[in-house]
Write a protein that binds this ligand. Sequence first.
Ligand SMILES: [Zn+2]
Length: 464
Amino acid sequence: MAKLTFLGAAGCVTGSKYLVEAAGKKLLVDCGLFQGTDDLKQRNWSPLPIDPSTIDYLVLTHAHLDHTGWLPVLVRDGYKKTIFANPATIDLTTLLLKDSGHLQEEETADAQKHKWSKHANPQSLYTSEDVDPVLRLLKPMPRTGGFDISSEFHVESYDAGHILGSSSLELTITENGKKSVVVFSGDIGRYDQPILNDPVTPATRQIDLALCESTYGDREHEAGDPMQVLADVINRVVRRGGSIVIPAFAIGRTQSFMYYLRQLENLQRIPKIPVYVDSPMALSATDLYLKYKDDHDTQFARDESNGGDPLSVHEFHLARSVEDSKQINNVKTPCIIVSASGMVTGGRVLHHLANRLGDARNCVILGGFQAEGTRGRAVQEGAKTLNLFGQVVPVHAEIVEMGQFSAHAGKSELLRWLTGLQVPPKQVYLTHGEPAAAQSLQQAIVEKFRWKAAVARYLDSVEI
Ligand SMILES: [Zn+2]
């Protein structure tokens, strides 16, 4: 009997890993890092309940670290087979994993030097050296449509509209001549957003099991035109002589912000102020966003054909080196600083916040989901101080939440995606959500569709 085990993203939003066992073979879908609370992060240090060398195949839904960031450990622990992903996801995963390995080395060295870690002898989960063997295993599969992973496993990919290359997968398992189908939503994006295509619901006529993400299963995003909200914030902060820090993932949110800033400048709805993108990775990601045209929606394709770069602003500055990054501290005139990480868990944005949070003229825009246990969540919930590099920094800057920039579908958009399924799934499991969000979506699914739905539990196995 085929079965599926939730090895992550069950009861939390990170650590996505789903193990399918059928016909004597093992297939892993995603291999994400746990992020957020100490309890969750601790799981990254525990071995999998199965030996990685016994896994036969691996397929990725998209490049985000909570779906790919544990690959270096899996490969170090013995996984030697192919990792299938579409070309855009391979390129983005390469960027993200290299950065992740590097960042962990830097942070560990910094923690050892300045003794700010809770641990007596802080260690990296993995280093850059562990990343290269992963990259050698990545093999391309088609962006959309069907693909045979093996004689047992066939996948159909659909654009999930979440980040470049993001997919929902429909997995058909053939075992003893019998077929069963599992739908993996992956992370579902938003409808009617700039740059990327809308999410597409898998079209299969048989669904034995559907896994649906529930990041925003209990919430809708803030209403309001994102261009107007962004213009209002920028004009308000510029008038009082402040600067704006935008913690943003280098992939996805940075491009959305750049797109809107460019549009607002063109329409003369904001002044042309310097915009510092403090992340060499963001620029590489932007190049990939421009390169993979299959993912572009019609408006973006039109913007591109009109000439000019729709993802760049007039006064654009890129900080490549750490020295460039530090120079931004000297900028006293109004400016916008876009820097990773998006949930303020690490990266250069920590320095910018340490430098600017204490000044009430400044503003921090939180544009996406802030997981439990992250500094981003603390700021979102009104923390008066933030611990940065072992120092207590007062939060005087204005904090603005802009859910409009989320890369995740809100509750009604998740239900809209599910409405697109051609047949009722025999069973739905809610994944990739904190408990309240997953439960809320589960109830909504039962009420709206009368489907069998349950919240996935960490390490539980279910029959397919
Ligand atoms: Zn994601």
